[in-house]
Structure formats: C-alpha cells, structure tokens
Design a protein around this ligand. Structure first.
Ligand SMILES: NC(=O)c1ccc[n+]([C@@H]2O[C@H](COP(=O)([O-])OP(=O)(O)OC[C@H]3O[C@@H](n4cnc5c(N)ncnc54)[C@H](O)[C@@H]3O)[C@@H](O)[C@H]2O)c1
Length: 334
C-alpha cells in the first residue's frame, strides 16, 4: 500500500508518516514548509517532495502510483482567518481542490480529508456529524467548502473518500512558536521562558484536547478500512472537557509556574464551547481514549523541553488590521 500525505512535515502529517513507516507501508508526501519542518520527517524512509498543494501540475506528477491520499496540509489558523482570510481560504480551499483533482487524475483508490471542527461553528454542542452547521470564520468555511467539493468530485468520478474532523490535537512534533495557534504549546513555551501566558476573554471557553496517537488510529481506519467509506467522523474524546482557565491551572501545577495569566479581549468569532460528540467514532471506529489529557500534556512538555523553548515567529501578514485585530498579534505580544 502506498500512502501519500500532504502536509507531511507538519504535526499530524509527520506523526501519520511515522505510523505508516512502522507498518511498513510505502510513504511519500509533500509540504511547502510554511508551518512544518523537514526535521519532523524520517527522510530515510519517506519520499519527500517540497511542493505546494496549490500547484496542480506538480501535485499530479508526484502522486503517480499512489493508493491513498491523506490530505493533511492546511493553514490550520482558525483565529487568524478573520484577519488573513485571503491567505487561509486560498491555501485551504484552492489547495484542497488541487490535491483532490491530482488524486483523481492519478486514479488513487481513496482520499481522506482532514477537516476541522471549525466547520460546525456556533451550533449547539456537542457537535454531531449529521447536524446543521454554521461556520463562523473563513477557516471553517474553507474546510466545509473543501469537504463539499471532495464529495461531489469523489461521487462523480467514482473515487472513495472519508472526512475526518479532529478535535484539538496535541502531541510531539507540534509547532509551539506560532503565536496564532496551538494554545497548549504556546502556554508551555511561554511558561518555560518564565513569561506569563495570555488568555483571550474570560478563559471560560471550553475545549477537548486529544492525543495525536488517538487521532491516528482512527485516521488509519478512514484511510484503509474497506467497510468505511463516504463518511464523516469526529475524531477525539468527548470526556475531559476543560476550560482554558483550567488548562492554565494544570500547566501551572505541572511546570510549577506561580504567576497569573494575562487576560486580554476576546478574539472575534471565537466559539465558546467547541465540543464534538464522539458517539459515531466510538460505534464505527471503536474509538477509545488511550492517552488521557494529563499524560498527553506531559508528552508536549517533554517535547518542548527536549527541543528548547523558542521565540515566537510572526510568519503571516495580517491582511486586515483594525480595532478588532487582537493586539497580541498587532503588537507582537507573545
Ligand atoms: N492540530 C489540530 O488540533 C487540528 C484540529 C483539527 C483539524 N486539524 C487539521 O489537521 C491538518 C493538520 O494540522 P496540523 O496540526 O498538523 O498542522 P501543521 O501546521 O502542523 O501541519 C500542516 C502542514 O501543511 C503544510 N502546508 C500548509 N499549506 C500547504 C500547501 N499549500 N502546500 C503544501 N503544504 C502546506 C505546512 O507547512 C504544515 O507542515 C490540517 O488540515 C488541520 O486543519 C488540525
């Protein structure tokens, strides 16, 4: 079996590659390295292409002989998308259409698309796969639009597909110096530098964090289980729901950090309680949480300690700067 992973230098893509290498699959993949690093990839075992998903011609060439494409590449920047909508929609939507087209041109057997719970938006939690959705930011819209194009193309051209909706995933190889995303890693990176973490709004917004290991065995079923096709699955736990304030407390205890967090204004459009139902994944993918939140956080802490805390990098231009733009980004406060 030959698996092709887009975004293979990123957090999820690189962990997926390691999983399939261990299973002795043939693994290849591409990344434009905007958000990932070659250090994440086992270059001895993976055929790596530095390529941008938006480049259809190149994507079509590098997918020759592939059985399954897992499309993980994206700018996973939900909050930023209200202030850099062009960058994020172009890459996430046009890039996805390009990947799906190249996969169909190459007659791959199956395409798996990594969507996001941002697709649900501000509907009533817990979010279930079959409910109406109402994305509230360009990132959520770009993911939902890509899902819809995938369904249409796959049905028209007779290609199998599945859609994964991971919850907030955490684990080793996740970028922790990007000020626009990954709250757990950002807080740990700051605390290890003895700097006070920043919390948006009142900190009562709730989330479920899931360990990358528990995401990957589900994604594998979406990629390889013959009985599971044309489906969408939330992937991750619905237990261990915590608020950002509670997350902060846990991290303070683990890192013996005694200072108060800095509270700043809410981010526009942030969904208050982003909680998915895991019922469908439990029933059909045999989903079980194998790494609990506390152990998963320990893995992230160890990863950041091993690689050393880092200065934050402001790699993306704010396309819209006004009085709604978080000052954390406008004034580079991280
Ligand atoms: N991490 C999470 O909590 C989470 C939750 C829900 C959904 N997702 C989705 O899962 C996928 C993986 O997320 P991640 O956390 O690994 O992010 P990541 O940023 O670590 O990995 C994404 C990779 O894609 C690459 N990339 C981006 N645009 C590209 C393009 N146009 N062409 C080629 N490469 C490109 C980046 O360089 C990066 O290495 C994304 O689609 C994301 O939207 C992630």
């Amino acid at each position: 079996m030959h698996i092709f992973i887009t975004g293979i230098a990123g957090f999820l893509g690189a962990n997926l590659a390691d999983y399939y290498i261990a299973k002795k699959y043939k693994v290849s993949g591409c990344d434009n390295l905007v958000g990932g690093t070659k250090k994440n990839i086992n270059l001895k075992k993976v055929k790596f292409y530095k390529a941008d998903c938006e480049n259809l011609e190149q994507m079509s060439k590098i997918m020759k002989g592939v059985d399954v494409v897992i499309h993980s590449a994206a700018y996973p920047h939900e909050g930023l998308s209200t202030f850099a909508p062009y960058l994020i929609c172009k890459s996430n939507f046009i890039g996805s259409v390009s990947v799906f087209t190249a996969a169909i041109q190459n007659k791959v057997k199956r395409i798996v698309f990594c969507s996001s719970m941002a697709r649900y938006g501000n509907v009533k939690p817990p979010f279930a796969e079959n409910q109406n959705v109402n994305p509230v930011d360009p990132y959520g819209v770009s993911k939902l639009a890509a899902e819809q194009v995938l369904k249409i193309l796959a049905d028209s051209h007779g290609v199998e597909y599945n859609i994964a909706v991971p919850h907030n995933i955490i684990g080793p190889k996740q970028k922790y110096d990007d000020p626009y995303r990954n709250v757990v890693s950002i807080m740990i990176n700051l605390m290890l530098q003895k700097r006070r973490p920043i919390i948006y709004g009142d900190g009562k917004q709730t989330r479920n964090f899931s360990d990358v290991v528990d995401c990957i065995y589900c994604l594998d079923k979406l990629a390889t289980d013959k009985k599971i096709k044309s489906e969408i699955f939330n992937i991750g736990p619905d237990e261990d729901t915590i608020s950002i304030n509670e997350l902060y407390e846990i991290l303070c205890n683990k890192l013996q950090f005694n200072e108060q967090a800095k509270y700043v204004d809410d981010r526009p459009n942030e969904v208050k309680n982003a909680i998915c139902s895991s019922d469908k994944a439990r029933k059909f993918l045999n989903y079980k949480t194998t790494v609990n939140l506390y152990d998963s956080i320990d893995k992230v802490i160890n990863f950041i300690k091993e690689n050393g805390p880092k200065k934050f990098e402001y790699n993306y231009n704010l396309e819209i700067k006004n009085n709604l733009t978080p000052k954390t980004w406008k004034n580079k406060l991280f």
